[in-house]
Design a protein around this ligand. Structure first.
Ligand code: DGL
Length: 266
Protein backbone atom coordinates (compact mmCIF):
# COMPACT_ATOMS: atom_id res chain seq x y z
CA UNK A 1 0.00 0.00 0.00
CA UNK A 2 1.30 3.45 -0.90
CA UNK A 3 1.59 6.10 1.78
CA UNK A 4 2.84 9.67 1.96
CA UNK A 5 6.42 8.63 2.58
CA UNK A 6 6.56 6.14 -0.31
CA UNK A 7 8.95 7.27 -3.04
CA UNK A 8 8.15 8.46 -6.55
CA UNK A 9 9.79 6.34 -9.27
CA UNK A 10 11.13 8.10 -12.36
CA UNK A 11 12.85 6.41 -15.27
CA UNK A 12 14.45 7.19 -18.59
CA UNK A 13 16.78 5.48 -21.02
CA UNK A 14 19.65 7.51 -19.59
CA UNK A 15 20.28 10.97 -18.21
CA UNK A 16 17.65 12.95 -20.10
CA UNK A 17 14.91 12.11 -17.62
CA UNK A 18 16.87 14.04 -15.00
CA UNK A 19 15.29 17.15 -16.56
CA UNK A 20 11.93 15.78 -15.34
CA UNK A 21 13.48 14.70 -12.04
CA UNK A 22 14.69 18.27 -11.48
CA UNK A 23 11.26 19.74 -12.16
CA UNK A 24 9.64 17.23 -9.77
CA UNK A 25 12.22 17.95 -7.09
CA UNK A 26 11.74 21.73 -7.45
CA UNK A 27 7.97 21.46 -7.14
CA UNK A 28 7.90 18.80 -4.41
CA UNK A 29 10.97 19.18 -2.21
CA UNK A 30 9.68 16.77 0.42
CA UNK A 31 9.32 13.74 -1.84
CA UNK A 32 11.67 10.77 -1.84
CA UNK A 33 12.59 9.99 -5.44
CA UNK A 34 14.15 6.93 -7.04
CA UNK A 35 15.60 7.70 -10.46
CA UNK A 36 16.50 4.90 -12.85
CA UNK A 37 18.60 5.55 -15.97
CA UNK A 38 18.91 2.63 -18.36
CA UNK A 39 22.42 3.61 -19.36
CA UNK A 40 23.30 0.10 -20.55
CA UNK A 41 20.63 0.20 -23.25
CA UNK A 42 20.43 3.88 -24.19
CA UNK A 43 19.38 5.06 -26.77
CA UNK A 44 15.82 3.75 -26.91
CA UNK A 45 14.93 6.00 -29.81
CA UNK A 46 16.52 3.80 -32.44
CA UNK A 47 15.13 0.52 -31.03
CA UNK A 48 12.00 -1.43 -31.99
CA UNK A 49 8.70 -0.99 -30.22
CA UNK A 50 8.99 -4.52 -28.83
CA UNK A 51 12.39 -3.77 -27.30
CA UNK A 52 11.26 -0.49 -25.72
CA UNK A 53 8.16 -2.17 -24.26
CA UNK A 54 10.20 -4.99 -22.80
CA UNK A 55 12.85 -2.64 -21.28
CA UNK A 56 10.15 -0.34 -19.87
CA UNK A 57 8.23 -3.22 -18.29
CA UNK A 58 11.38 -4.55 -16.67
CA UNK A 59 12.16 -1.17 -15.13
CA UNK A 60 8.55 -0.62 -14.05
CA UNK A 61 8.56 -3.98 -12.25
CA UNK A 62 11.89 -3.17 -10.63
CA UNK A 63 10.67 0.21 -9.36
CA UNK A 64 7.27 -1.15 -8.31
CA UNK A 65 9.05 -3.70 -6.13
CA UNK A 66 10.68 -0.74 -4.36
CA UNK A 67 7.26 0.48 -3.25
CA UNK A 68 6.82 3.58 -5.41
CA UNK A 69 3.52 5.43 -5.04
CA UNK A 70 3.65 6.78 -8.60
CA UNK A 71 5.69 5.98 -11.66
CA UNK A 72 6.85 8.63 -14.12
CA UNK A 73 8.06 7.57 -17.54
CA UNK A 74 10.46 10.47 -18.06
CA UNK A 75 11.22 9.36 -21.59
CA UNK A 76 9.23 10.38 -24.63
CA UNK A 77 10.21 7.25 -26.51
CA UNK A 78 9.02 4.91 -23.77
CA UNK A 79 5.94 7.08 -23.14
CA UNK A 80 5.08 6.90 -26.86
CA UNK A 81 5.58 3.18 -27.25
CA UNK A 82 5.03 1.57 -23.88
CA UNK A 83 2.71 3.67 -21.68
CA UNK A 84 -0.30 1.35 -21.93
CA UNK A 85 1.82 -1.78 -21.53
CA UNK A 86 3.47 -0.38 -18.40
CA UNK A 87 0.10 0.72 -17.00
CA UNK A 88 -1.23 -2.79 -17.55
CA UNK A 89 1.38 -4.34 -15.26
CA UNK A 90 1.65 -1.58 -12.64
CA UNK A 91 -0.59 -1.14 -9.60
CA UNK A 92 0.18 2.54 -9.06
CA UNK A 93 -0.66 5.35 -11.51
CA UNK A 94 1.79 5.82 -14.38
CA UNK A 95 2.38 9.27 -15.87
CA UNK A 96 4.06 9.70 -19.24
CA UNK A 97 5.45 12.90 -20.75
CA UNK A 98 3.51 13.10 -24.03
CA UNK A 99 0.15 14.40 -22.87
CA UNK A 100 1.56 17.08 -20.53
CA UNK A 101 3.85 18.28 -23.34
CA UNK A 102 1.03 18.33 -25.89
CA UNK A 103 -1.16 20.38 -23.54
CA UNK A 104 1.64 22.85 -22.88
CA UNK A 105 2.23 23.30 -26.59
CA UNK A 106 -1.44 24.01 -27.21
CA UNK A 107 -1.33 26.55 -24.39
CA UNK A 108 1.74 28.20 -25.91
CA UNK A 109 0.91 28.40 -29.61
CA UNK A 110 -0.81 31.43 -31.07
CA UNK A 111 -1.10 30.25 -34.68
CA UNK A 112 -1.70 26.52 -34.10
CA UNK A 113 1.46 25.48 -36.00
CA UNK A 114 3.48 23.16 -33.79
CA UNK A 115 6.78 21.51 -34.57
CA UNK A 116 7.61 18.33 -32.66
CA UNK A 117 11.23 17.19 -32.39
CA UNK A 118 12.02 13.75 -31.01
CA UNK A 119 13.73 10.44 -31.50
CA UNK A 120 12.97 8.34 -34.56
CA UNK A 121 10.78 6.02 -32.49
CA UNK A 122 8.75 8.86 -30.96
CA UNK A 123 8.25 10.57 -34.31
CA UNK A 124 7.36 7.33 -36.09
CA UNK A 125 4.76 6.55 -33.43
CA UNK A 126 3.01 9.87 -34.11
CA UNK A 127 2.22 10.04 -30.40
CA UNK A 128 2.35 13.83 -30.12
CA UNK A 129 0.36 14.39 -33.31
CA UNK A 130 -2.37 12.02 -32.12
CA UNK A 131 -2.75 13.66 -28.71
CA UNK A 132 -2.58 17.24 -30.08
CA UNK A 133 -5.11 16.49 -32.83
CA UNK A 134 -7.43 14.90 -30.32
CA UNK A 135 -7.29 17.97 -28.10
CA UNK A 136 -7.31 20.49 -30.95
CA UNK A 137 -8.28 19.04 -34.35
CA UNK A 138 -7.46 22.31 -36.13
CA UNK A 139 -3.80 22.35 -35.08
CA UNK A 140 -1.08 21.72 -37.66
CA UNK A 141 1.61 19.37 -36.38
CA UNK A 142 4.88 18.52 -38.08
CA UNK A 143 7.19 15.94 -36.53
CA UNK A 144 10.94 15.85 -37.11
CA UNK A 145 13.23 13.08 -35.92
CA UNK A 146 16.64 14.23 -34.68
CA UNK A 147 18.29 10.88 -33.83
CA UNK A 148 21.82 12.19 -33.35
CA UNK A 149 20.90 14.50 -30.48
CA UNK A 150 20.70 11.79 -27.79
CA UNK A 151 24.18 10.32 -28.35
CA UNK A 152 25.63 13.84 -28.48
CA UNK A 153 24.02 14.70 -25.13
CA UNK A 154 24.97 11.36 -23.52
CA UNK A 155 28.53 12.09 -24.64
CA UNK A 156 28.37 15.40 -22.79
CA UNK A 157 28.84 17.38 -26.02
CA UNK A 158 26.11 19.90 -25.35
CA UNK A 159 28.09 22.99 -26.29
CA UNK A 160 30.24 21.57 -29.09
CA UNK A 161 30.40 22.79 -32.66
CA UNK A 162 29.40 19.40 -33.98
CA UNK A 163 26.13 19.58 -32.02
CA UNK A 164 25.37 23.00 -33.51
CA UNK A 165 26.07 21.68 -37.00
CA UNK A 166 23.84 18.66 -36.50
CA UNK A 167 21.03 20.85 -35.13
CA UNK A 168 21.29 23.18 -38.06
CA UNK A 169 21.24 20.27 -40.52
CA UNK A 170 18.01 18.93 -38.98
CA UNK A 171 16.21 22.15 -38.20
CA UNK A 172 17.34 25.08 -40.34
CA UNK A 173 15.25 23.87 -43.33
CA UNK A 174 12.15 24.19 -41.11
CA UNK A 175 12.73 27.86 -40.24
CA UNK A 176 10.40 29.38 -42.77
CA UNK A 177 7.48 27.02 -42.23
CA UNK A 178 5.60 29.30 -39.85
CA UNK A 179 5.88 27.23 -36.65
CA UNK A 180 5.53 29.42 -33.58
CA UNK A 181 6.04 26.60 -31.06
CA UNK A 182 8.44 23.68 -30.86
CA UNK A 183 8.06 20.72 -28.54
CA UNK A 184 11.29 19.24 -27.25
CA UNK A 185 9.84 15.75 -27.54
CA UNK A 186 12.77 14.01 -25.92
CA UNK A 187 13.86 14.55 -22.36
CA UNK A 188 17.48 14.91 -23.49
CA UNK A 189 16.74 17.92 -25.70
CA UNK A 190 16.32 20.59 -22.98
CA UNK A 191 20.04 20.15 -22.43
CA UNK A 192 20.69 21.59 -25.90
CA UNK A 193 17.73 23.95 -25.87
CA UNK A 194 19.68 27.07 -26.85
CA UNK A 195 21.24 25.30 -29.82
CA UNK A 196 17.82 24.09 -30.97
CA UNK A 197 16.29 27.58 -30.71
CA UNK A 198 19.18 29.05 -32.68
CA UNK A 199 18.94 26.41 -35.40
CA UNK A 200 15.27 27.30 -35.78
CA UNK A 201 16.07 30.98 -36.25
CA UNK A 202 15.47 32.22 -32.72
CA UNK A 203 11.89 33.38 -32.57
CA UNK A 204 9.98 30.33 -31.45
CA UNK A 205 8.28 29.28 -28.22
CA UNK A 206 9.84 26.23 -26.72
CA UNK A 207 7.97 23.58 -24.76
CA UNK A 208 9.49 20.76 -22.81
CA UNK A 209 7.39 18.33 -20.87
CA UNK A 210 9.34 18.49 -17.64
CA UNK A 211 7.43 21.23 -15.84
CA UNK A 212 4.03 20.11 -17.15
CA UNK A 213 4.75 16.53 -16.09
CA UNK A 214 5.83 17.65 -12.62
CA UNK A 215 2.56 19.55 -12.24
CA UNK A 216 0.66 16.41 -13.20
CA UNK A 217 2.62 14.42 -10.63
CA UNK A 218 1.70 16.91 -7.92
CA UNK A 219 -1.95 16.92 -8.97
CA UNK A 220 -2.11 13.12 -8.87
CA UNK A 221 -0.47 12.84 -5.45
CA UNK A 222 -2.60 15.68 -4.11
CA UNK A 223 -5.79 14.03 -5.34
CA UNK A 224 -4.83 10.77 -3.60
CA UNK A 225 -3.67 12.61 -0.44
CA UNK A 226 -0.19 11.18 -0.89
CA UNK A 227 1.94 14.34 -0.96
CA UNK A 228 4.87 14.04 1.41
CA UNK A 229 4.91 16.99 3.85
CA UNK A 230 8.60 16.41 4.74
CA UNK A 231 10.93 19.37 4.33
CA UNK A 232 13.65 17.62 2.40
CA UNK A 233 13.15 14.41 0.46
CA UNK A 234 15.83 11.86 -0.28
CA UNK A 235 17.15 10.79 -3.66
CA UNK A 236 18.32 7.46 -4.87
CA UNK A 237 19.94 7.00 -8.28
CA UNK A 238 20.20 3.69 -10.08
CA UNK A 239 21.77 3.05 -13.48
CA UNK A 240 22.09 -0.13 -15.50
CA UNK A 241 25.72 0.65 -16.41
CA UNK A 242 28.59 3.14 -16.08
CA UNK A 243 27.66 4.73 -12.74
CA UNK A 244 30.70 7.04 -12.72
CA UNK A 245 29.81 8.48 -16.11
CA UNK A 246 26.23 8.99 -14.89
CA UNK A 247 27.50 10.85 -11.85
CA UNK A 248 29.90 13.04 -13.80
CA UNK A 249 27.38 13.96 -16.50
CA UNK A 250 24.56 14.62 -14.03
CA UNK A 251 26.78 17.26 -12.49
CA UNK A 252 28.26 18.64 -15.69
CA UNK A 253 25.00 18.90 -17.61
CA UNK A 254 22.41 19.45 -14.91
CA UNK A 255 24.38 20.59 -11.86
CA UNK A 256 22.94 17.67 -9.91
CA UNK A 257 25.31 16.44 -7.22
CA UNK A 258 24.89 12.70 -7.10
CA UNK A 259 26.65 11.04 -4.17
CA UNK A 260 26.10 7.45 -5.10
CA UNK A 261 24.81 5.59 -8.13
CA UNK A 262 23.71 2.01 -7.57
CA UNK A 263 23.97 -0.42 -10.43
CA UNK A 264 21.18 -2.74 -11.49
CA UNK A 265 21.75 -4.92 -14.54
CA UNK A 266 18.89 -6.74 -16.19
N1 DGL B 1 15.26 10.70 -23.40
C1 DGL B 1 14.45 9.77 -24.08
C2 DGL B 1 13.29 10.39 -24.80
O1 DGL B 1 12.72 11.26 -24.23
C3 DGL B 1 15.10 8.70 -24.83
C4 DGL B 1 16.05 9.02 -25.85
C5 DGL B 1 16.66 7.74 -26.30
O2 DGL B 1 17.00 6.92 -25.48
O3 DGL B 1 16.77 7.56 -27.52
O4 DGL B 1 12.90 10.04 -25.86
Amino acid sequence: MSNKSSPIGIFDSGLGGLTVFKAVRRLMPGEDIIYFGDTARVPYGTKSKEAVISFSKEIAEFLSARGVKLLVIACNTASSLALEEVRAITRVPVIGVIEPGARSALGATSNGRILVTGTTATVTSGAYRKVIKKLEPGAFVFEKACPLFVPLVEEGWCGKKVTKLVASEYLAPLRKRGFDTVILGCTHYPLIKKIIIKALGGRIKIVDSAQATALEVRADLGARDLLNPARRGRERYIASDAPDKFKALAFRLLSIKVKNVEVKRF
